[in-house]
Ligand binder design. Sequence first.
Ligand SMILES: [Zn+2]
Ligand SMILES: [Zn+2]
Length: 120
Amino acid sequence: MRFSGRTQQVWDILVEQDRFTSAIEIHRMLSSRGENVGLITVYRSLHALAGAGHVDVLLGPDGHHRYRHCSPAAHHHLLCRECHRAVEIYDSPPGLQDLGFVDDSVRITLVGICDECTAS
Ligand SMILES: [Zn+2]
Ligand SMILES: [Zn+2]
C-alpha cells in the first residue's frame, strides 16, 4: 500500500508493529529516526488511515487512541494492557450467533497481560 508523504512514514511504522501504538509513540519513533514530523501531522495521518479502514483504532483507559495495522478480515483482539501487544482472533465468541448476531463487523477486545509482560 502506498500513501503520500508523511502518511507513508506513519504507515511504515505501523506495519512494523504488532502492538497498538499511540500518535505520541509514533511521533517519538519518527523523531529518533531523524524525521522532522510534527505531532499534529502524525495525528492527521492516523486519522486518515483509520477513517479509510486501513488501521484499527482502540481508545485506551488512559484516554489515548492507539492504532494497529491489522489484517483486513473481520477479527477480534486479545490485547495486553501493559505493552499493548495485540493478537488477532478469528473465532467467534461463543454464544454470539445464538443471540442473533452475525459477527462480520463485530469487534471484541479482550484485555489481559501477555506472556512477555507476565514473565518480567
Ligand atoms: Zn485489529
Ligand atoms: Zn505485554
